[in-house]
Write a protein that binds this ligand. Structure first.
Ligand code: C2E
Ligand code: MG
Ligand code: MG
Length: 587
């Protein structure tokens, strides 16, 4: 645009005499400028308003409007005030008039008769000024163009950054949302299948805390690279959360294709040697939802993949799961239990039941196992096998476990006041409670407050959880915790996990509770019976007591006595009893 204004220079010559105009025009020809002619002051003004002139040659003496008037008018007008004016006048013009001309804005004078050489040399000054202006202008234009390109590049870069995750350089959540919506629209228009894979690094928080954030970042980058290398170029990968990634598969033939990709991703991650993590075995969990089979819109697809991923985690991690109705129902149930559990203590929905533990030789009750029950107004009775793991996951276990101990302490005190039979109370403890530094003090305070002898309460920790505790806090430190608590300790569900014998000898354990699965099979299966005999022999050699769980038949009882087991519990003797029932039995 600006270039065209400066393309060919124009000169205006103004004279009321046509011959003068012609001779000026001829003289100016070598300048190669475009010559416009005006034969009056008025005509000159009309032209200067319409055109950009490099210079105006203005005759001073003209009828109606002379050169001075034209110049004065031009100086007042913003568009014309900077146009150079050369006055053309008679050689004998008086000095006073010449001065007047300069005052009105003349830059120079030419005297008639005009010498073409002088004319051209003066005109050339203005033409070269014009050219320089043009060059400067072109330079300016180039600069503007460059700045524009730079701006565009920066804009593109910003746009790219707005869509990218800066750590992994994969697309970010925003770009993912846009892309998934686009793919859904395309897939529904062309009746194609597509799938959403949500991928989450297992135990990433722990990994980050243990190895540090820098190494955590390296893991994230590596995982991003593995994803990019594993999927097809036409598929889309994004980092959609801290340790969560999404892959959109387009033009899927069968829904199961997404499973193949998921399997590839899991294997690639498992096989990858992330040196910064030493020998850590990196795993991921994957949830998949399919368009249009499981959902037809953005929100549902994401939610379903998320639910499926949660299920993959629940069922042991390093797995992938497709969203299904069954998965959905268990997820809904999980959420319901999780939400209601928060108010279980406050709403007084918990109560305890007590299952007597019998001396097989005397048939007398030696103790009871304390078992927790939850009766929720919306869900009904919920099994502890279902809600205890959820309470452990959400942290509610501290509140709930605390309630169990307090409630039990109240009962024990009441039993004492009523001078009931002298029995022990065996209470199940979650490793989450045991690993809490405040727990042992809390326990001690309760014993003190309710004046309970410490041998009155046994704590039960499953064999699996014993391993969890030692792994988490280190064997030495965990043994110290147990020693400080100095309570009788039973290892619950014994025989199904792996316990090192030497470790069992080191730990302050009092009782092994033989897992019910062996008791159930012991009559029919020689192998199960042998295992029970071995556990009893092991306990004896370590000076520990044994309790057989889940005794349901007379045959089991007989066989247990034969094997040398002294204590047992199970439906054959008593089901878990409400406190009133227990009081009746014991009184
Ligand atoms: P557990 O400690 O192994 O408890 C024994 C489970 O076997 C109890 O199930 C009990 O009712 C059941 N049972 C007893 N005798 C028989 C029998 O003859 N046959 C069969 N089939 N089952 C029998 P329950 O009460 O549903 O508790 C399940 C698990 O929940 C317990 O397993 C324990 O690990 C956990 N739990 C219960 N109460 C608490 C608690 O207060 N705190 C914690 N952390 N966990 C608890
Ligand atoms: Mg138990
Ligand atoms: Mg048990």
């Amino acid at each position: 645009m600006l270039h065209s204004n400066f393309s060919v220079p124009k000169i205006l010559i103004v004279d009321d005499n046509a011959d003068n105009l012609l001779s000026l025009e001829v003289a100016l020809k070598p300048s190669k400028a475009v010559i416009h002619k005006a034969n009056s002051g008025n005509e000159a003004l009309r032209l200067v308003l319409k055109n950009d002139y490099v210079v105006v040659l203005l005759d001073v003496q003209m009828p109606e409007m002379d050169g001075y008037e034209v110049a004065a008018w031009m100086k007042k007008n913003i568009k014309t005030k900077n146009i150079p004016i050369i006055f053309v006048t008679a050689i004998n013009t008086q000095q006073a008039n010449i001065t007047k001309g300069y005052n009105t804005g003349a830059v120079d004078y030419l005297f008639k008769p005009i010498d073409p050489h002088i004319l051209l040399s003066k005109i050339n000054v203005f033409l070269s000024l014009h050219r320089k202006g043009k060059d400067d202008n072109n330079l300016l234009l180039d600069k503007i163009e460059k700045a524009k390109t730079q701006l565009k590049e920066q804009e593109n870069e910003l746009e790219l950054l707005a869509k990218r995750d800066t750590l992994t350089m994969l697309y970010n959540r925003l770009a993912f949302e846009i892309e998934l919506k686009r793919i859904i629209a395309m897939s529904s228009r062309y009746e194609r299948k597509s799938a959403l894979i949500l991928l989450d690094i297992d135990n990433f928080k722990w990994l980050n805390d243990t190895y540090g954030h820098e190494k955590g970042d390296i893991v994230l980058k590596n995982v991003a690279d593995i994803i990019t290398e594993t999927i097809r170029v036409e598929d889309f990968a994004a980092r959609v959360g801290g340790d969560e990634f999404a892959v959109i598969l387009t033009e899927v033939q069968n829904d199961s294709d997404a499973g193949i990709v998921a399997e590839k991703l899991i294997t690639a991650i498992n096989n990858f040697d992330i040196s910064v993590l030493d020998d850590y075995f990196l795993t991921i969990s994957i949830g998949i939802s399919c368009f249009p089979a499981s959902a037809k819109n953005f929100g549902d697809l994401v939610k379903q993949a998320d639910i499926a991923m949660y299920q993959a985690k629940q069922s042991g991690r390093n797995k992938y799961k497709f969203f299904s109705l069954e998965i959905n129902n268990s997820y809904l149930r999980y959420n319901l239990v999780r939400n209601e559990l928060v108010n279980a203590v406050k709403n007084d929905e918990l109560f305890l039941v007590y299952q007597p533990i019998i001396n097989l030789n005397t048939d007398l009750i030696v103790g009871v196992e304390v078992l927790l029950r939850w009766n929720n107004k919306n869900i009904g009775i919920v099994n502890p096998v279902e809600f205890i793991p959820i309470a452990e996951e959400t942290g509610e276990i501290h509140k709930i476990g605390g309630w169990v101990l307090k409630e039990l302490a109240k009962q024990i005190k009441e039993f004492k006041n009523m001078e009931m039979n002298d029995i022990f109370f065996s209470v199940n403890i979650s490793p989450k409670q045991l690993l809490n530094t405040k727990f042992s003090n809390f326990f001690k305070e309760i014993l003190k407050e309710y004046e309970i002898n410490k041998d009155k309460i046994h704590i039960e920790l499953t064999e699996t959880n014993l391993g969890v505790c030692m792994e988490h806090s280190g064997v030495e430190s965990f043994m110290e915790t147990l020693n400080t608590m100095n309570l009788p300790l039973s290892i619950d569900d014994f025989g199904i996990a792996y316990s090192s014998f030497s470790r069992l000898a080191d730990l302050p354990i009092n009782i092994l509770k033989i897992d019910g699965s062996f008791v159930k099979k012991m009559v029919a299966s020689k192998k199960a019976n042998t295992i029970i005999r071995s556990i009893i022999a092991l306990a004896k050699s370590l000076n520990l007591q044994t309790i057989a769980e889940c005794v349901e038949t007379k045959e089991q009882k007989t066989l247990l006595i034969e094997n040398g087991c002294v204590w047992a519990q199970g439906y054959y003797f008593y089901k878990p009893l409400k406190i009133e029932e227990l009081k009746l039995i014991l009184s």
